[in-house]
Design a protein around this ligand. Structure first.
Ligand SMILES: [Mn+2]
Length: 424
């Protein structure tokens, strides 16, 4: 009879994303869904590839969710094997973690290797942690925790030890680790090149990975399911994330079949609007309304989504006149998102200037003020007159004029400019 197992990683229980209690519950929900699937599909065992928890200081409610879910699997007699991820690692070497606690309480078997004189020691799990567990059907599961910068060194030692191990009674070998394959995603620690994994190929039938939240499969033996929930906006781009249900049939070709299952999760939408074309704030708000109409068919208000709008480009008016709250309110009215985020990445005017810095100071000041005013679409047509007004106001203030006198002068200047413009 074929053996089946479920392989998940990076569940990140306890992540209160955006400070939202609803998001905290979302991470628990996806974990309960995975547990239910393991039961419904009557899998023979479950692999957890690290980062079950978001933080090493586990929140009591996150621990409750973990114990509820793991308790269901334990009561059903489904063994769970786990490795430690970077998010739940102890600060210093040998400290006791919540992952150790769950292992001690019998909720799962924590797998990791011991190293002695520069060699990996591959011992079975017993009273102490071990490097592997043997399961019915001739299935052996090895595990390596997250090793950060030492990952390739550790994998090298592990591969050497594995090559020297007798596998006569083993029909199918799984290695689970919280490590990534390089080039799948830049800027991740704890990664290996594909070539560094080569020596393992002869002895490992299924490499069960976690760590990188982007899912990937390589050459029919390396599997990384990605994060089943969404831990960051960038993960929205990787729709095919979830967990694997794997059927193994040693001696047959192929000897396993892995199906990636994408769970229901809260939709995330990432929107972008370039602000360059809007010369006044009200035009920008109108641009946001147009974008909402354009995207309306693709964004459903139920379940309430997470919506992020990034404003990009160069703002043609002063950033102080842009009311980000008003932009947020437009998005709220359209879709009532659970979370609405407006990221204002629009750059203000560039302040570098190609003005001749050898010029006399008053001339230099006049050129700089005029150039800045010319960059604001609203002041551009009468930039020269506005420059004169700005410099007059400055002089009045330095001379000790009263605020009332300054306002009078501004009123008069504006009236004069209105007459000039009518003539134009
Ligand atoms: Mn993770």
């Amino acid at each position: 009879m074929a053996t089946t197992f479920l392989h998940a990683a990076d569940i990140h229980l306890g992540y209160q994303q955006y400070g939202s209690a609803v998001r905290f519950d979302d991470f628990s929900k996806v974990f309960f869904h995975i547990v239910d699937q393991a039961i419904d599909r009557s899998v023979d065992f479950v692999l957890l590839g690290g980062d079950l928890f978001h933080k090493r200081k586990v929140d009591p409610l996150a621990m409750r969710a973990a114990i509820q879910g793991l308790g269901v699997l334990r009561d059903a007699g489904i063994p769970v094997l786990a490795v430690e991820g970077n998010h739940e690692r102890a600060y210093y070497g040998d400290q006791y973690t919540w992952i150790d606690f769950l292992d001690a309480m019998g909720y799962f078997r924590l797998l990791d290797c011991r190293f002695e004189d520069g060699r990996a020691v591959l011992e079975p799990c017993g009273e102490e942690h071990g490097a592997y567990v043997d399961l019915p059907g001739g299935v052996r599961v090895y595990g390596l925790r997250y090793y950060g910068a030492s990952t390739s060194k550790v994998f090298g030692m592990f591969a050497d030890a594995l090559a020297e191990t007798d596998h006569t009674d083993v029909a199918f070998t799984i290695l689970m680790s919280h490590a990534g394959v390089e080039d799948q995603l830049p800027h991740y620690g704890g990664t290996l090149t594909y070539n560094a994994l080569g020596p393992l190929r002869d002895h490992v039938d299924y490499l069960a990975l976690g760590h990188i939240h982007k899912p990937y499969e390589l050459n029919g033996w390396i599997y990384n399911p990605g994060s089943p929930e969404t831990c960051g906006m960038e993960e929205e781009a990787w729709k095919e994330r979830g967990y694997y249900v794997v059927e193994i049939d040693p001696g047959h070709n192929p000897d396993h079949r892995a199906e990636l299952i994408v769970p229901d999760r809260r939709p995330f939408h990432r929107l972008r609007l370039s602000v360059d074309g809007f010369s006044e704030p009200h035009q920008l708000y109108e641009g946001v309304r147009r974008m909402i109409r354009r995207r309306d068919a693709t964004i459903s208000p139920s379940p309430r989504p997470v919506v992020e709008l990034t404003l990009s480009g160069v703002l043609p008016f002063s950033r102080f006149d842009l009311d980000v709250n008003q932009v947020e309110a437009l998005l709220d009215d359209a879709w009532s998102p659970l979370i609405t985020r407006v990221r204002n990445q629009a750059r203000a005017f560039e302040y570098e200037s190609d003005i001749d810095t050898g010029a006399a100071r008053p001339e230099l000041e006049r050129s700089i003020v005029q150039e800045l005013l010319e960059r604001d679409a609203r002041f551009r047509p009468a930039a020269q007159s506005w420059t004169k007004v700005a410099l007059d106001v400055k002089r009045m203030v330095l001379d000790g004029s009263s605020p009332e006198a300054v306002i009078d002068a501004l009123r008069q200047a504006r009236a004069e400019m209105a007459v000039e413009n009518q003539g134009a």
